[in-house]
Write a protein that binds this ligand. Structure first.
Ligand code: UD1
Ligand code: CA
Length: 429
Protein backbone atom coordinates (compact mmCIF):
# COMPACT_ATOMS: atom_id res chain seq x y z
CA UNK A 1 0.00 0.00 0.00
CA UNK A 2 1.09 3.50 -0.71
CA UNK A 3 -0.49 6.80 0.29
CA UNK A 4 -0.64 9.84 -1.99
CA UNK A 5 0.38 13.33 -0.97
CA UNK A 6 -0.90 15.93 -3.40
CA UNK A 7 0.82 19.30 -2.99
CA UNK A 8 -1.79 21.96 -3.65
CA UNK A 9 -1.03 24.86 -1.33
CA UNK A 10 1.20 27.01 -3.52
CA UNK A 11 0.42 30.54 -4.65
CA UNK A 12 0.79 30.00 -8.38
CA UNK A 13 2.50 33.35 -8.79
CA UNK A 14 3.64 32.62 -12.36
CA UNK A 15 0.05 32.09 -13.48
CA UNK A 16 -0.94 35.71 -13.95
CA UNK A 17 -4.45 34.78 -14.97
CA UNK A 18 -5.75 33.87 -11.49
CA UNK A 19 -7.76 36.09 -9.18
CA UNK A 20 -5.92 36.73 -5.89
CA UNK A 21 -8.53 34.81 -3.90
CA UNK A 22 -8.29 31.74 -6.11
CA UNK A 23 -5.62 29.26 -7.11
CA UNK A 24 -4.40 28.10 -10.50
CA UNK A 25 -5.26 24.60 -9.36
CA UNK A 26 -8.98 25.35 -9.65
CA UNK A 27 -8.72 26.39 -13.28
CA UNK A 28 -10.35 23.85 -15.55
CA UNK A 29 -8.83 21.61 -18.18
CA UNK A 30 -11.38 19.76 -20.34
CA UNK A 31 -14.03 20.93 -17.90
CA UNK A 32 -12.43 19.64 -14.69
CA UNK A 33 -10.17 21.57 -12.34
CA UNK A 34 -6.44 20.86 -12.56
CA UNK A 35 -6.29 19.50 -9.01
CA UNK A 36 -9.39 17.31 -9.50
CA UNK A 37 -7.66 15.56 -12.40
CA UNK A 38 -4.83 14.72 -10.01
CA UNK A 39 -7.15 13.59 -7.20
CA UNK A 40 -9.20 11.37 -9.55
CA UNK A 41 -6.09 9.72 -10.92
CA UNK A 42 -4.77 8.98 -7.42
CA UNK A 43 -8.17 7.58 -6.42
CA UNK A 44 -8.20 5.33 -9.49
CA UNK A 45 -5.02 3.59 -8.35
CA UNK A 46 -7.00 2.16 -5.44
CA UNK A 47 -4.20 2.19 -2.95
CA UNK A 48 -3.82 4.07 0.36
CA UNK A 49 -5.01 7.47 1.60
CA UNK A 50 -5.23 10.38 -0.79
CA UNK A 51 -3.98 13.34 1.22
CA UNK A 52 -4.33 16.83 -0.16
CA UNK A 53 -2.23 19.72 1.17
CA UNK A 54 -3.96 23.05 0.78
CA UNK A 55 -4.26 26.49 2.34
CA UNK A 56 -6.73 27.16 5.15
CA UNK A 57 -8.91 29.31 2.87
CA UNK A 58 -9.54 26.45 0.42
CA UNK A 59 -10.18 23.57 2.80
CA UNK A 60 -13.96 23.55 2.19
CA UNK A 61 -13.64 23.51 -1.61
CA UNK A 62 -15.79 20.98 -3.38
CA UNK A 63 -12.77 19.71 -5.32
CA UNK A 64 -11.27 18.31 -2.12
CA UNK A 65 -14.28 16.22 -1.09
CA UNK A 66 -12.83 13.26 -2.98
CA UNK A 67 -9.63 13.31 -0.91
CA UNK A 68 -9.40 11.13 2.21
CA UNK A 69 -7.53 13.70 4.29
CA UNK A 70 -7.02 17.42 4.06
CA UNK A 71 -3.76 18.79 5.47
CA UNK A 72 -3.30 22.53 5.92
CA UNK A 73 -0.03 24.27 5.12
CA UNK A 74 -0.14 27.52 7.11
CA UNK A 75 2.10 29.56 4.81
CA UNK A 76 3.48 28.73 1.37
CA UNK A 77 6.97 27.93 2.59
CA UNK A 78 7.83 25.51 -0.19
CA UNK A 79 7.26 21.93 -1.27
CA UNK A 80 9.15 20.38 1.68
CA UNK A 81 7.10 22.39 4.14
CA UNK A 82 3.92 21.23 2.35
CA UNK A 83 5.01 17.60 2.71
CA UNK A 84 5.62 18.15 6.43
CA UNK A 85 1.99 19.25 6.81
CA UNK A 86 0.85 15.97 5.22
CA UNK A 87 3.08 13.58 7.16
CA UNK A 88 0.79 13.18 10.22
CA UNK A 89 -1.83 11.69 7.86
CA UNK A 90 0.45 9.12 6.22
CA UNK A 91 -0.40 5.59 7.36
CA UNK A 92 1.24 3.40 4.69
CA UNK A 93 4.87 2.40 4.57
CA UNK A 94 5.39 4.47 1.45
CA UNK A 95 3.97 7.67 0.01
CA UNK A 96 3.79 8.98 -3.54
CA UNK A 97 4.26 12.73 -3.64
CA UNK A 98 2.74 14.47 -6.60
CA UNK A 99 2.35 18.13 -7.55
CA UNK A 100 -1.24 19.31 -7.67
CA UNK A 101 -0.39 21.25 -10.85
CA UNK A 102 0.31 18.12 -12.92
CA UNK A 103 -3.10 17.14 -14.33
CA UNK A 104 -1.84 15.06 -17.24
CA UNK A 105 -0.42 12.20 -15.19
CA UNK A 106 -2.64 9.18 -15.61
CA UNK A 107 -3.66 6.52 -13.14
CA UNK A 108 -1.58 3.97 -15.10
CA UNK A 109 1.59 6.04 -14.57
CA UNK A 110 0.86 6.24 -10.86
CA UNK A 111 0.05 2.54 -10.60
CA UNK A 112 3.41 1.74 -12.17
CA UNK A 113 5.16 3.95 -9.64
CA UNK A 114 3.13 2.46 -6.78
CA UNK A 115 4.29 -1.01 -7.85
CA UNK A 116 7.96 0.00 -8.18
CA UNK A 117 10.24 -1.58 -5.59
CA UNK A 118 11.65 1.32 -3.66
CA UNK A 119 14.34 1.11 -1.08
CA UNK A 120 14.41 4.78 -0.05
CA UNK A 121 13.01 6.81 -2.92
CA UNK A 122 12.06 6.44 -6.57
CA UNK A 123 12.06 9.65 -8.53
CA UNK A 124 10.40 10.11 -11.90
CA UNK A 125 12.50 12.13 -14.33
CA UNK A 126 11.77 13.09 -17.91
CA UNK A 127 13.65 14.18 -20.96
CA UNK A 128 12.25 17.42 -22.35
CA UNK A 129 12.64 18.55 -25.98
CA UNK A 130 14.99 21.43 -26.79
CA UNK A 131 12.19 23.96 -27.26
CA UNK A 132 11.22 23.41 -23.63
CA UNK A 133 14.61 24.03 -22.09
CA UNK A 134 13.45 27.37 -20.70
CA UNK A 135 10.51 25.82 -18.82
CA UNK A 136 11.37 26.03 -15.18
CA UNK A 137 11.94 22.44 -14.18
CA UNK A 138 14.59 21.38 -11.70
CA UNK A 139 17.46 19.47 -13.35
CA UNK A 140 18.41 16.02 -12.06
CA UNK A 141 22.15 15.31 -11.98
CA UNK A 142 23.69 11.99 -11.04
CA UNK A 143 27.42 12.05 -10.29
CA UNK A 144 29.95 9.22 -10.66
CA UNK A 145 29.24 7.90 -7.18
CA UNK A 146 25.53 7.77 -8.08
CA UNK A 147 24.62 10.65 -5.80
CA UNK A 148 21.51 12.41 -7.03
CA UNK A 149 21.33 16.18 -6.93
CA UNK A 150 18.41 18.33 -8.06
CA UNK A 151 19.14 21.94 -8.93
CA UNK A 152 16.16 24.26 -9.20
CA UNK A 153 15.85 26.29 -12.39
CA UNK A 154 16.71 29.63 -10.78
CA UNK A 155 19.97 28.23 -9.47
CA UNK A 156 21.13 26.73 -12.79
CA UNK A 157 24.10 28.05 -14.70
CA UNK A 158 23.52 28.81 -18.38
CA UNK A 159 25.29 25.62 -19.27
CA UNK A 160 23.20 23.55 -16.86
CA UNK A 161 20.03 24.99 -18.40
CA UNK A 162 20.86 23.12 -21.60
CA UNK A 163 20.69 19.83 -19.73
CA UNK A 164 17.39 18.15 -20.55
CA UNK A 165 16.82 15.56 -17.81
CA UNK A 166 14.36 17.20 -15.45
CA UNK A 167 12.47 16.46 -12.27
CA UNK A 168 8.81 15.61 -12.87
CA UNK A 169 7.97 16.46 -9.26
CA UNK A 170 6.67 12.93 -8.62
CA UNK A 171 8.36 10.60 -6.20
CA UNK A 172 7.68 7.52 -4.19
CA UNK A 173 9.27 7.70 -0.76
CA UNK A 174 9.58 5.13 1.95
CA UNK A 175 7.71 6.91 4.73
CA UNK A 176 10.63 6.31 7.05
CA UNK A 177 13.07 8.00 4.66
CA UNK A 178 10.82 11.06 4.56
CA UNK A 179 10.42 11.22 8.33
CA UNK A 180 14.16 10.87 8.90
CA UNK A 181 15.29 13.47 6.40
CA UNK A 182 12.70 16.14 5.79
CA UNK A 183 13.54 18.15 8.89
CA UNK A 184 17.15 18.40 7.71
CA UNK A 185 16.20 20.57 4.73
CA UNK A 186 17.28 24.16 5.19
CA UNK A 187 15.42 27.29 4.17
CA UNK A 188 16.38 28.65 0.77
CA UNK A 189 16.89 32.26 1.77
CA UNK A 190 16.41 33.76 -1.71
CA UNK A 191 12.97 32.22 -2.11
CA UNK A 192 12.01 31.84 1.55
CA UNK A 193 11.06 28.25 0.77
CA UNK A 194 12.07 24.78 1.88
CA UNK A 195 12.69 22.79 -1.32
CA UNK A 196 11.69 19.14 -1.21
CA UNK A 197 14.30 18.54 -3.87
CA UNK A 198 17.02 19.36 -1.30
CA UNK A 199 16.19 16.10 0.49
CA UNK A 200 18.55 14.32 -1.93
CA UNK A 201 21.47 15.98 -0.15
CA UNK A 202 20.63 13.73 2.79
CA UNK A 203 19.38 10.52 1.18
CA UNK A 204 22.54 9.05 -0.21
CA UNK A 205 21.52 5.48 -0.96
CA UNK A 206 18.55 3.54 -2.28
CA UNK A 207 17.62 6.26 -4.79
CA UNK A 208 16.06 4.83 -7.88
CA UNK A 209 15.58 6.93 -11.03
CA UNK A 210 12.67 6.18 -13.35
CA UNK A 211 12.61 7.85 -16.75
CA UNK A 212 9.09 8.64 -17.92
CA UNK A 213 8.27 7.31 -21.38
CA UNK A 214 6.24 10.35 -22.36
CA UNK A 215 7.23 13.70 -20.88
CA UNK A 216 3.87 15.14 -21.87
CA UNK A 217 2.11 13.26 -19.09
CA UNK A 218 4.22 15.00 -16.46
CA UNK A 219 3.93 18.63 -17.46
CA UNK A 220 3.42 21.02 -14.56
CA UNK A 221 1.15 24.00 -15.12
CA UNK A 222 3.11 27.06 -14.04
CA UNK A 223 2.36 29.70 -16.66
CA UNK A 224 -0.65 30.64 -18.81
CA UNK A 225 1.23 29.08 -21.73
CA UNK A 226 1.55 25.71 -19.90
CA UNK A 227 -2.18 25.86 -19.31
CA UNK A 228 -2.87 26.14 -23.03
CA UNK A 229 -0.45 23.30 -23.82
CA UNK A 230 -2.08 21.03 -21.21
CA UNK A 231 -5.57 21.69 -22.55
CA UNK A 232 -4.36 20.82 -26.02
CA UNK A 233 -2.79 17.54 -24.87
CA UNK A 234 -5.89 16.61 -22.90
CA UNK A 235 -8.20 17.35 -25.85
CA UNK A 236 -6.06 15.21 -28.16
CA UNK A 237 -6.16 12.35 -25.68
CA UNK A 238 -9.93 12.52 -25.43
CA UNK A 239 -10.35 12.69 -29.20
CA UNK A 240 -8.01 9.74 -29.74
CA UNK A 241 -9.91 7.71 -27.17
CA UNK A 242 -13.18 8.19 -29.06
CA UNK A 243 -11.70 7.71 -32.52
CA UNK A 244 -10.07 4.43 -31.48
CA UNK A 245 -13.34 3.37 -29.95
CA UNK A 246 -15.27 3.76 -33.21
CA UNK A 247 -16.65 7.29 -33.08
CA UNK A 248 -16.45 9.02 -36.47
CA UNK A 249 -14.95 12.51 -36.24
CA UNK A 250 -14.66 14.48 -39.44
CA UNK A 251 -12.20 17.06 -38.15
CA UNK A 252 -11.01 16.07 -34.67
CA UNK A 253 -8.99 19.24 -33.86
CA UNK A 254 -12.13 21.34 -34.21
CA UNK A 255 -14.11 19.31 -31.66
CA UNK A 256 -13.92 20.32 -27.99
CA UNK A 257 -14.64 17.56 -25.48
CA UNK A 258 -15.01 17.29 -21.71
CA UNK A 259 -13.23 14.94 -19.35
CA UNK A 260 -16.53 13.12 -18.72
CA UNK A 261 -17.91 13.00 -22.30
CA UNK A 262 -19.38 9.66 -23.31
CA UNK A 263 -19.71 8.98 -27.06
CA UNK A 264 -20.65 5.46 -28.06
CA UNK A 265 -19.12 3.68 -31.06
CA UNK A 266 -20.96 4.34 -34.33
CA UNK A 267 -21.86 7.89 -33.34
CA UNK A 268 -20.63 10.76 -35.52
CA UNK A 269 -19.33 14.17 -34.50
CA UNK A 270 -18.92 16.64 -37.33
CA UNK A 271 -16.63 19.69 -37.46
CA UNK A 272 -16.69 22.52 -34.89
CA UNK A 273 -18.76 20.91 -32.17
CA UNK A 274 -18.45 21.99 -28.52
CA UNK A 275 -19.25 19.39 -25.89
CA UNK A 276 -19.28 20.60 -22.28
CA UNK A 277 -19.72 18.57 -19.10
CA UNK A 278 -22.22 15.75 -18.61
CA UNK A 279 -22.89 14.76 -22.23
CA UNK A 280 -23.73 11.25 -23.39
CA UNK A 281 -24.06 10.52 -27.12
CA UNK A 282 -25.56 7.15 -27.99
CA UNK A 283 -24.73 4.88 -30.93
CA UNK A 284 -25.77 6.09 -34.37
CA UNK A 285 -26.40 9.65 -33.22
CA UNK A 286 -25.03 12.41 -35.46
CA UNK A 287 -23.92 15.75 -34.04
CA UNK A 288 -23.63 18.15 -36.91
CA UNK A 289 -21.34 21.14 -37.21
CA UNK A 290 -21.42 24.15 -34.87
CA UNK A 291 -23.60 22.48 -32.28
CA UNK A 292 -23.16 23.10 -28.54
CA UNK A 293 -24.09 20.37 -26.06
CA UNK A 294 -24.05 20.57 -22.29
CA UNK A 295 -25.37 18.11 -19.71
CA UNK A 296 -27.59 16.13 -22.04
CA UNK A 297 -28.26 12.67 -23.42
CA UNK A 298 -28.54 12.29 -27.18
CA UNK A 299 -30.40 9.07 -27.94
CA UNK A 300 -29.62 6.39 -30.51
CA UNK A 301 -29.74 7.59 -34.11
CA UNK A 302 -30.84 11.07 -33.11
CA UNK A 303 -29.70 13.94 -35.34
CA UNK A 304 -28.57 17.22 -33.84
CA UNK A 305 -27.75 20.44 -35.68
CA UNK A 306 -26.08 21.95 -37.55
CA UNK A 307 -25.97 24.89 -35.14
CA UNK A 308 -28.22 23.46 -32.41
CA UNK A 309 -27.86 24.22 -28.69
CA UNK A 310 -28.92 21.50 -26.25
CA UNK A 311 -28.61 21.95 -22.48
CA UNK A 312 -29.84 19.98 -19.47
CA UNK A 313 -32.04 17.84 -21.70
CA UNK A 314 -32.75 14.36 -23.00
CA UNK A 315 -33.25 13.85 -26.73
CA UNK A 316 -34.59 10.36 -27.33
CA UNK A 317 -33.98 7.90 -30.16
CA UNK A 318 -34.41 9.02 -33.76
CA UNK A 319 -35.39 12.54 -32.71
CA UNK A 320 -34.16 15.41 -34.89
CA UNK A 321 -33.18 18.82 -33.61
CA UNK A 322 -32.17 21.01 -36.50
CA UNK A 323 -30.47 24.30 -37.18
CA UNK A 324 -30.86 27.22 -34.79
CA UNK A 325 -33.01 25.22 -32.41
CA UNK A 326 -32.29 25.63 -28.69
CA UNK A 327 -33.48 22.94 -26.29
CA UNK A 328 -33.11 23.64 -22.58
CA UNK A 329 -34.28 21.62 -19.53
CA UNK A 330 -36.53 19.56 -21.82
CA UNK A 331 -37.25 16.03 -22.97
CA UNK A 332 -37.77 15.36 -26.66
CA UNK A 333 -39.51 12.02 -27.28
CA UNK A 334 -38.67 9.32 -29.82
CA UNK A 335 -38.75 10.46 -33.44
CA UNK A 336 -40.00 13.93 -32.56
CA UNK A 337 -38.66 16.62 -34.85
CA UNK A 338 -37.94 20.29 -34.50
CA UNK A 339 -35.86 21.10 -37.49
CA UNK A 340 -35.58 24.87 -37.71
CA UNK A 341 -35.38 28.00 -35.59
CA UNK A 342 -37.16 27.18 -32.33
CA UNK A 343 -36.78 27.56 -28.56
CA UNK A 344 -37.95 24.62 -26.49
CA UNK A 345 -37.46 25.34 -22.78
CA UNK A 346 -38.80 23.56 -19.67
CA UNK A 347 -40.82 21.34 -21.97
CA UNK A 348 -41.64 17.65 -22.27
CA UNK A 349 -42.56 16.54 -25.77
CA UNK A 350 -43.93 13.05 -26.52
CA UNK A 351 -43.13 10.83 -29.49
CA UNK A 352 -43.50 11.51 -33.20
CA UNK A 353 -44.49 15.12 -32.75
CA UNK A 354 -43.38 17.98 -34.94
CA UNK A 355 -42.47 21.41 -33.67
CA UNK A 356 -42.63 23.90 -36.53
CA UNK A 357 -40.07 26.53 -37.41
CA UNK A 358 -40.20 29.62 -35.24
CA UNK A 359 -42.01 27.96 -32.34
CA UNK A 360 -41.22 29.48 -28.98
CA UNK A 361 -42.13 28.06 -25.61
CA UNK A 362 -42.61 31.22 -23.55
CA UNK A 363 -41.40 29.72 -20.29
CA UNK A 364 -40.48 32.83 -18.33
CA UNK A 365 -42.94 35.38 -16.98
CA UNK A 366 -40.29 37.75 -15.71
CA UNK A 367 -40.10 36.10 -12.31
CA UNK A 368 -40.55 32.35 -12.68
CA UNK A 369 -40.01 29.58 -15.20
CA UNK A 370 -43.04 27.49 -16.19
CA UNK A 371 -43.48 24.11 -17.88
CA UNK A 372 -44.96 23.20 -21.23
CA UNK A 373 -46.20 19.72 -22.06
CA UNK A 374 -46.77 18.49 -25.59
CA UNK A 375 -48.16 15.01 -26.27
CA UNK A 376 -47.35 12.51 -29.02
CA UNK A 377 -48.11 12.79 -32.74
CA UNK A 378 -48.89 16.46 -32.26
CA UNK A 379 -48.15 19.10 -34.85
CA UNK A 380 -47.20 22.56 -33.61
CA UNK A 381 -47.53 24.90 -36.57
CA UNK A 382 -44.77 27.29 -37.49
CA UNK A 383 -44.31 30.51 -35.58
CA UNK A 384 -46.44 29.51 -32.60
CA UNK A 385 -45.94 30.94 -29.12
CA UNK A 386 -46.83 28.53 -26.33
CA UNK A 387 -47.37 30.56 -23.17
CA UNK A 388 -46.37 28.36 -20.22
CA UNK A 389 -47.66 26.81 -18.08
CA UNK A 390 -49.61 25.06 -20.79
CA UNK A 391 -50.44 21.51 -21.81
CA UNK A 392 -51.06 20.36 -25.36
CA UNK A 393 -52.44 16.88 -25.81
CA UNK A 394 -51.61 14.11 -28.27
CA UNK A 395 -52.60 14.10 -31.93
CA UNK A 396 -53.42 17.79 -31.59
CA UNK A 397 -52.69 20.45 -34.18
CA UNK A 398 -51.74 24.03 -33.41
CA UNK A 399 -52.40 26.35 -36.30
CA UNK A 400 -49.37 28.23 -37.52
CA UNK A 401 -48.87 31.64 -35.97
CA UNK A 402 -50.94 30.85 -32.87
CA UNK A 403 -50.44 32.31 -29.43
CA UNK A 404 -51.55 29.47 -27.18
CA UNK A 405 -52.52 30.51 -23.66
CA UNK A 406 -54.93 27.70 -22.74
CA UNK A 407 -54.51 23.92 -22.62
CA UNK A 408 -55.32 22.03 -25.84
CA UNK A 409 -56.98 18.61 -25.42
CA UNK A 410 -56.03 15.48 -27.43
CA UNK A 411 -57.10 15.30 -31.08
CA UNK A 412 -58.00 18.98 -31.20
CA UNK A 413 -57.15 21.74 -33.62
CA UNK A 414 -56.34 25.00 -31.86
CA UNK A 415 -56.29 28.41 -33.51
CA UNK A 416 -54.91 31.24 -31.49
CA UNK A 417 -54.63 34.02 -34.01
CA UNK A 418 -56.69 36.72 -35.62
CA UNK A 419 -58.65 35.49 -38.61
CA UNK A 420 -57.39 36.83 -41.90
CA UNK A 421 -59.50 39.45 -43.57
CA UNK A 422 -58.98 40.67 -47.10
CA UNK A 423 -60.15 44.18 -47.82
CA UNK A 424 -60.51 45.95 -51.10
CA UNK A 425 -59.06 49.37 -51.62
CA UNK A 426 -62.47 50.89 -51.27
CA UNK A 427 -63.14 49.22 -47.97
CA UNK A 428 -59.89 50.61 -46.53
CA UNK A 429 -60.54 54.14 -47.66
C1 UD1 B 1 8.70 21.71 -8.62
C2 UD1 B 1 10.06 21.11 -8.27
C3 UD1 B 1 10.89 21.01 -9.55
C4 UD1 B 1 10.15 20.16 -10.58
C5 UD1 B 1 8.73 20.71 -10.84
C6 UD1 B 1 7.95 19.71 -11.66
C7 UD1 B 1 10.58 21.83 -5.97
C8 UD1 B 1 11.33 22.80 -5.13
N1 UD1 B 1 10.72 21.96 -7.31
O1 UD1 B 1 8.97 23.01 -9.11
O2 UD1 B 1 12.15 20.42 -9.26
O3 UD1 B 1 10.89 20.14 -11.80
O4 UD1 B 1 8.03 20.88 -9.59
O5 UD1 B 1 6.68 20.22 -12.02
O6 UD1 B 1 9.89 21.00 -5.43
N2 UD1 B 1 3.19 23.86 -3.31
C9 UD1 B 1 2.66 23.81 -2.03
N3 UD1 B 1 3.19 24.60 -1.07
C10 UD1 B 1 4.23 25.45 -1.30
C11 UD1 B 1 4.78 25.51 -2.60
C12 UD1 B 1 4.24 24.69 -3.58
O7 UD1 B 1 1.72 23.05 -1.78
O8 UD1 B 1 4.65 26.14 -0.35
C13 UD1 B 1 2.58 23.04 -4.36
C14 UD1 B 1 2.07 23.88 -5.52
O9 UD1 B 1 0.68 24.19 -5.33
C15 UD1 B 1 2.30 22.98 -6.72
C16 UD1 B 1 3.43 22.05 -6.28
O10 UD1 B 1 3.58 22.20 -4.88
O11 UD1 B 1 1.16 22.21 -7.02
C17 UD1 B 1 4.75 22.42 -6.95
O12 UD1 B 1 5.06 23.77 -6.66
P1 UD1 B 1 5.61 24.74 -7.79
O13 UD1 B 1 5.86 26.08 -7.16
O14 UD1 B 1 4.76 24.69 -8.98
O15 UD1 B 1 7.03 24.06 -8.06
P2 UD1 B 1 7.87 24.12 -9.39
O16 UD1 B 1 8.60 25.42 -9.44
O17 UD1 B 1 7.03 23.76 -10.54
CA1 CA C 1 4.86 23.41 -10.87
Amino acid sequence: MTDFIILAAGNGRRMNSCATNSSKLFKKIAGLSIVSHVINNCRNVNSGNVIIVTQEQYKEREEFRLADKIAIQKAPLGTADAVKAALPFVESESAIIICGDSPLIQADDLRLLADTETSNVSIVVMQIPNDMLDSQYGRVFVDSSEDVRIVEYNDLSDEQKRYNIVNSGIYKFKTLALLENIEKIKLNADKNEYYLTDIFQFIKSGVNIITAKNYKSFLGINTPRDFVIAEDIMQNRLRDKFINNGVTMLDPPSVYLSYDTVAEPLSTIEQNVIIKGGVKIKAGAVIRSFSYLENCVIGKNAKIGPSAVIRDSVVEEHAEIGNFVEVKRSTIGNSTKSKHLAYIGDTDVGENSNIGAGTITCNYDGRKKHKTKIGSKTMVGANSSLIAPVEIGSEAVIAAGSVITKDVPDKTLAFGRARQENKTRKEIA
